[in-house]
Design a protein around this ligand. Structure first.
Ligand code: 5GP
Length: 126
């Protein structure tokens, strides 16, 4: 079955300029912007500009140029935020997918969280 992409999701609206955002970095294929409800001193969302619902969708269907640009943009954001292991204390990357992954916005986004100790990865609570 094909992946279904809903172009009315909030990040699609951000990409079309219908909703404002605080941009950290923008390239031909990728946008990085601050989360509206930050959970850490650094909380940046990195999204591809293409219509991909989740990481598995992106990994399967994106062009090589899109994949490379997305990965390199994540690196640049980490560097700009001072959270790389080269110049900081590290970070957590999260990409929630679907119902079990508790994904609220159905457009692929990687959360980059840092600037504080993030605690253990997953709790057992629902
Ligand atoms: P998810 O639960 O899908 O992994 O994460 C969605 C994230 O998007 C949440 O952290 C939420 O705070 C963020 N978010 C939701 N709406 C907006 C918005 O309009 N602007 C920005 N910058 N972030 C948003």
């Amino acid at each position: 079955m094909a992946y279904a992409y809903d172009d009315q999701n909030i990040f699609a609206k951000i990409l079309r300029g219908e909703i404002p955002n605080t941009t950290v970095l923008e390239t031909d294929h990728t946008l990085a912007f601050r989360d509206i409800e930050p959970q850490a001193p650094t909380h940046v969302l990195v999204i591809p500009k293409g219509p991909y619902v989740s990481f598995d969708h992106f990994a399967a269907d994106a062009t090589d140029a899109e994949v490379i640009d997305f990965v390199r943009t994540i690196s640049k954001v980490c560097k700009a935020e001072g959270v790389t292991l080269a110049d900081g204390d590290g970070f957590r990357m999260i990409a929630n997918a679907g119902k079990h992954g508790v994904q609220d916005v159905p457009h692929l986004h990687v959360h980059i969280l840092g600037g504080r100790h993030m605690g253990r990865m997953v709790s057992r609570t629902d």
